[in-house]
Design a protein around this ligand. Structure first.
Ligand code: CU
Length: 65
């Protein structure tokens, strides 16, 4: 299931890796695609949307949608 999030504050490759690592800890099978310029994070995962959003926000990147 593909889930899209609008995530602000990702400014560099390190930020992308932090988000990807947090998602991987929640779901090692997740496929994560990040478009930093568009503030978009696309996650293919069976995990609930709330849990994915919480993992991203937990790294310090606000999830607005
Ligand atoms: Cu960064």
């Amino acid at each position: 299931m593909t889930q899209n999030f609008t995530v602000t504050g990702m400014t560099c490759g390190h930020c992308e890796r932090a988000v990807k690592t947090a998602i991987a800890q929640l779901d090692p099978q997740a496929q994560v695609t990040i478009d930093r310029a568009a503030n978009r994070v696309e996650i293919d995962s069976a995990q609930p949307r709330d849990a994915l959003a919480k993992a991203i926000a937990g790294e310090g990147y606000p999830v607005s949608a």
